[in-house]
Design a protein. Sequence first.
Length: 283
Amino acid sequence: MKMVTLPDGVRVPAVGQGTWYLGENKGTEAQEIEALRAGIDAGLTLIDTAEMYGSGASERLIGKAIQGFDREKLFLVSKVYPHNAGRAHIFQSCENSLRRLGTDYLDLYLLHWRGSVPFRETVECMQELIRRGLIRRWGVSNLDIDDMEELWRVPGGSGCSVNQVLYHAASRGIEYSLLPWMRTHGVPLMAYCPLAQAGDLDWKLYESQVLQEIADAHHASIAQVLIAFAIRDGSTIAIPRSGKKAHTLDNAKAAALVLSEAELARIDQAFPAPRRKEPLDIV
């Protein structure tokens, strides 16, 4: 499994498991648990969730799926709502997430997006959560370059482990300024929706002759090419969502797919990176 090194030296899989919308349908619960467990067995030991997802339903599903696995070999990520990211609520929010997941610590806790709570207060709370042993490290999600620069000016703000933002071949706005800033400051990217939600965000990806030809050359699918594209730089963690075992195993195989310079150039031509600043893409 291709790995990414976090700022504290911990190595995590370059491909993990996203869980947005999972756990919300009792009729598919067994299938989703099977998919998560198959993913863990295949090396997708990083699992991302949030208190927002199904109002905790995703966390509860993961809690069931990880039963019987060695907790130390898993890397569990959850996120706190912006309105809960201050002293009044963050400690209870974190404990609620831990209870639903059936664990006593999170490997990574993220601010889901920016809200009204000052960064200084959120950072202080994250540091306190680490001191209490409830989380191992913290990060952010959906922050653009101006937000990241402001975060870095806050005492302790540079302790941020990742920034999780939307990123796929047809949504490359972060490459103009945010991603270069993150690379300079050693902040790994966690890419959500690397498959453009199976085309729901951009169908032209799955109708692309270029991507299909590249996929055929590797005896792969377009989805696998998209994951390989997302993690190509060695500093990006992709977290595709899947509620089906077969799709999860396909995602795991994508970690071994290496695109050539010529193939990357073809993708660049078909889906070029922007030449000016664009608003951060958020769903």
